[in-house]
Design a protein around this ligand. Structure first.
Ligand code: FES
Length: 297
């Protein structure tokens, strides 16, 4: 096995991290509770996670400062870059913590080590910035060099979370329903405002009978994959059973996070007692039809 893979597997299995995890959870609890702040940090307004976008700022600043250090170019510019990167790391960390709340136990362990490495890097860059003000350039460069190494290690673990564990990705990205009208479920199987699971060609949907029409979404929650058919209908939305994201049943739009990616929605119609569905060809599957799936196509 690849040694790096062994390393991440060991962290995932390290139950001794759980006590610290639960302390962090209780300290950062406001970022984990449903609120507009949490939705802002997890990216409902953006359409995907905010964290990967923000990490570019501190990393870019710190890497730029390192290049200036190595080249012997402007010391004041390097100091400003270190300061800017350190300040930018604060909101970046907040978005990471908000994403971290809804991960599995193994993922929380990796996320915790990722955060500790970044915290250590922030401390080192802060010390480097102070050292630069007190004209101790060699120590300052050494501190920021070690800090950059910490950021690299943290980045590896962040990449593991995103690309190996699927944290922060759209869980429906590789799914695609029918492009032609296709029978999904008999209307008689549905009860008003009760989410019902239906399977078509191996893909699961949730059908919801509203007062005068049926709405159909993909069943797998875009956030972390929960079955929305186990959720409940609240107002115009279906609420996810795992983390309480709310998706508009008509177009899959995210009305409450932590989900940030809309739920794929389908056109639907009633024909001979069957609900038929198809993708919205006018805008494509990911364009989520603006009208709900109404009685006839
Ligand atoms: S799985 Fe997290 S909100 Fe649905």
């Amino acid at each position: 096995m690849n040694p790096l893979h062994r390393f991440t597997t060991a962290i995932e299995a390290a139950s001794r991290l759980d006590r610290l995890s639960s302390k962090v959870r209780s300290i950062a609890a406001p970022l984990g509770r449903p609120s507009l702040v949490r939705d802002g940090l997890t990216g409902r307004w953006l359409g995907h996670s905010v964290h990967p976008m923000l990490v570019a700022v501190p990393i870019g600043c710190w890497a730029g400062a390192a290049l200036l250090d190595v080249s012997g170019a402007s010391a004041p510019a390097a100091r400003r870059l270190i300061g800017a990167g350190t300040l930018a790391a604060i909101p970046t960390a907040a978005t990471g913590v908000a994403d971290w709340f809804d991960t599995s136990q193994a993922e929380q362990r990796v996320g915790l080590v990722h955060a500790l490495l970044n915290d250590a890097a922030i401390a080192l860059f802060t010390a480097s910035w102070v050292a630069r003000r007190t004209t101790r350039p060699t120590a300052a460069k050494a501190l920021s060099g070690v800090g950059l190494a910490m950021v690299g290690a943290a980045g590896y673990l962040g990449g593991h979370l995103a690309y190996s564990r699927g944290v922060g990705v759209n869980t429906t990205a590789f799914q695609s329903g029918p492009s032609e009208w296709t029978r999904l479920i008999e209307e008689s199987s549905l009860s008003t405002d009760e989410p019902v699971r239906a399977t078509l060609d191996g893909l699961q949907f949730v059908a919801i009978l509203r007062s005068d029409h049926v709405d159909v979404l993909e069943d797998r929650c875009t956030h972390r994959g929960a079955p929305l058919s186990d959720g409940t209908v609240v107002d115009n939305c279906v609420e996810c059973p795992w983390h309480a994201s709310r998706f508009d049943t008509a177009d899959g739009g995210v009305e409450a996070g932590p989900a940030s990616v809309p739920q794929p929605a389908y056109l639907a119609r009633l024909v001979d007692g069957w609900i038929e569905v198809r993708r919205d060809e006018s805008g494509g599957l990911r364009q989520h039809p603006t009208g709900s799936a109404h009685g006839s196509g």
